[in-house]
Design a binder for this molecule. Structure first.
Ligand code: FES
Length: 358
């Protein structure tokens, strides 16, 4: 029901009879409703707001690529600030504000603001109702004047389209270089001794008694030595990918031949990086031969290729092939033969086996 004489044609006039006006004030046309010049001025203002938003989005991208992220400056009353961050903040605010102001101004000055009421309908619409809805939509489209306001539509589309870029570009560009084959490799390689973490002592096979557990890293990548020789970044990468747990099992309870072949008299080595989301799997239950991840309780069976028997992990822990050197020390026979850690989308890529150039 319209509360003034300019009732939309589609509203049932009998509604007036059945539902009296509950007290709504009479509709007052706005200036832009009755004055064509005011209407054009309001439309121009909306276009300006949307254009400002688009300029803000473009300025954001320019600032993102042009300004040095470390650039500092001093602002009176605030002190030293990072100008890169300030520029991103100001341009993003301009982009958002332009869209907000444009949309609000458009709604308040140009979009129809008449009050209407309609009856509740049964769930399935009749043909007459469908026709009425189509007529209403058509009326709404005409009264919104969007068909005449191509400048507003164009500027709003441009502002919204460009506004997506400040959201997408920093995420896409900020991910850093693609890891490519690095996800498929660790620092383990043929002949590298298994060193106790963090002492850095090598391990003789004879010293690994049944049921004992060692946390090991590759030779040259343990503790301070790794930081001093390779730098902090590489050492941290090594720590996140290379960590291995070493256990001696009774060979008779090992279920798979591969597991036996890649171990030494029941001594087996597995990646400690959980295949769920990468926590260190460090809890070994001697009685059950289960390895537990403390983060979300994924449980791996060490006697059965470290398959997952409980929890959210979807993949067994990768096994590190090991052997002994001439002096009886445990050494790696190669790198892992599959990527360690959580799943990622290219995991099944062919050419993954050890020795391949991933
Ligand atoms: S990280 Fe191991 S279960 Fe989630």
């Amino acid at each position: 029901m319209s509360t003034h004489d300019n009732t939309p044609a589609v509203v049932d006039q009998t509604t007036h009879d059945r539902f009296p006006n509950p007290g709504m004030p009479p509709h007052r046309p706005r200036r832009a409703d009755v004055d064509e010049r005011a209407s054009r001025r309001a439309a121009l203002q909306v276009v300006i707001f949307f254009t400002l938003s688009a300029l803000g989005s473009i300025a954001f991208l320019v600032a993102y690529y042009v300004i040095d992220p470390e650039l500092k400056g001093t602002i009176i009353g605030i002190g030293e600030i990072n100008l890169f961050h300030a520029a991103l903040g100001v341009t993003m605010a301009m982009s958002l504000l332009g869209i907000g102001l444009g949309a609000v101004h458009w709604a308040k000055t140009l979009m129809p603001d008449e009050e209407v009421a309609e009856d509740r309908h049964p769930p399935a619409a009749s043909d007459e109702d469908k026709a009425a809805v189509a007529q209403q939509l058509s009326h709404g489209w005409r009264s919104s004047q969007l068909n005449r306001r191509t400048a507003i539509l164009g500027s709003a589309g441009g502002a919204l389209g460009l506004f997506a870029l400040p959201l997408i570009v920093p995420v896409a560009a900020g991910l850093g270089p693609r890891p490519r084959g690095e996800l498929y490799r660790t620092h383990w390689q043929d002949g590298l001794r298994l060193m106790i973490d963090p002492s850095g002592a090598p391990i003789r096979a004879a010293d690994v008694t049944q049921g004992s557990v060692f946390h090991v890293m590759p030779e040259g990548w343990v503790g301070h030595q790794a930081f001093e020789e390779h730098g902090a970044e590489e050492a941290m990468i090594s720590k996140s990918k290379d960590q291995v747990i070493l256990v001696r099992l009774d060979p008779s309870i090992i279920k798979s031949q591969k597991q036996r072949d890649w171990g030494v008299d029941g001594i087996v080595a597995y990646s400690k990086v959980c295949t769920h989301v990468g926590c260190p799997v460090a809890l070994y239950e001697q009685n059950t031969h289960h390895l537990l991840c403390p983060c979300h309780q994924s449980t791996f069976d060490m006697t059965d290729d470290c398959k997952v028997i409980f929890g959210p992990a979807k993949r067994p822990l990768p096994q590190l092939p090991i052997t002994v050197d001439d002096e009886g020390y445990l050494v790696a026979a190669d790198d892992f033969r599959e990527p360690v850690g959580p799943s990622f989308f290219e995991r099944e890529r062919p050419g993954l086996l050890m020795g391949d150039d991933a």
